[in-house]
Design a protein around this ligand. Structure first.
Ligand code: BTN
Length: 306
């Protein structure tokens, strides 16, 4: 179903008020059966809608960004496309400085080739593209630094989130958000795309083991928070080459979930066991093992039970 068909249904329901089938039908100019079909479609995408004989009502608040409001805070272009394949893919392909937000991705991508799924209004999903006047090799630690900046921002919003290297955001034992940083370039210029996905609400009927923002906040996510987050990301990107690596390493340790804990790193079959001891200037994770310090630049890390 096209977004022009399902989005008006979500927009009407977003007020949180119950809407009867006939009211709904006449405001959309369609039959009650068509309303039912559209509601079922957004339910199939993971949005929880209560349907009784009185009408339809959302179970949880949805976040539908007001792009005009967000755009007013930035000089770069900010767009919302209700449905895309992946915002990272589109921004990478366009190679233009912009922020692209979406409500639904049919091919959302996570790190290490994993899919990333978010239901419309239940996830914050956007990608920011930026040109940098330095070569690709200068930015090896940027991805982790962006994770630190996002973590700090969410902490200021009262969310008790930690950074799980390299750039996942966790609350306790559950993942709240993930970052996918991709770069293309040569020795002189780099195009960086930072993709961010955060669960605001648990997608209905999909994986429930994730953490979500609304479980930890008294008020639902809002545009000013999106503006704050995008500003934090852009600030980190712009200041990266002039920031001190000592500072970055220190800021990392303050928010790291892994610091001084026993961890196991799995890098495609190769396992490293040891104690996590911060990062180096390239954003590599340092692990103190029986055979000395190992530097890890990629992999999945798990905290070993004590
Ligand atoms: C991860 O957890 O491994 C990273 C998840 C990144 C998901 C975001 S959602 C917006 C942007 N577009 C994508 O396809 N991925 C990122």
């Amino acid at each position: 179903m096209r977004p022009s068909t399902w989005l008006p249904v979500l927009e009407q329901l977003a007020s949180g008020i119950m809407i009867s089938g006939s009211e709904f039908g006449s405001s959309l100019g369609v039959s009650r059966a068509a309303v039912w079909q559209r509601v079922n479609y957004i339910k199939s995408l993971g949005v929880a809608v209560e349907a009784t004989n009185l009408g339809y009502q959302l179970k949880y608040p949805v976040y539908l960004p007001n792009i005009k409001h967000i755009q007013a805070s930035f000089t770069m272009e900010v767009n919302l496309l209700p449905e895309v394949t992946s915002t990272n893919t589109l921004v990478l392909e366009s190679r233009t400085e912009r922020c692209l937000m979406t409500l639904y991705q049919s091919q959302g991508r996570g790190r290490r080739g994993r899919p990333w799924v978010g239901a419309p209004g239940y996830a914050l999903m956007f990608s920011v593209g930026s040109w940098l006047e330095s070569g690709l090799q200068e930015f090896s630690g940027l991805s982790v630094d962006i994770g630190v900046a996002i973590c700090n921002f969410l902490n200021t919003q009262g969310i008790p989130v930690c950074l799980k290297w390299p750039n996942d955001l966790w609350i306790g034992e559950a993942k709240l958000a993930g970052i996918l940083t991709e770069m293309q370039g040569d020795q002189d210029r780099t195009f960086v795309v930072v993709g961010f996905g955060m669960n605001l609400e648990k997608p209905h009927g999909i994986d429930s083991s994730v953490a979500c923002f609304h479980d930890h906040s008294e008020s639902p996510w809002c545009d000013n928070q999106t503006i704050g987050l995008v500003t934090a990301i852009l600030g980190t990107i712009t200041k990266y080459t002039t920031s001190s690596s000592e500072d970055r390493m220190c800021r990392y340790r303050e928010v790291s979930l892994l610091e001084r804990r026993e961890v196991a790193v799995d890098d495609g079959g190769k396992k490293i066991l040891g104690i996590a001891k911060g990062i180096d200037e390239f954003g590599r994770l340092l692990i103190l093992t029986d055979r000395g310090v190992k530097y890890v630049s990629a992999g999945d890390v798990s905290v070993r039970p004590v």
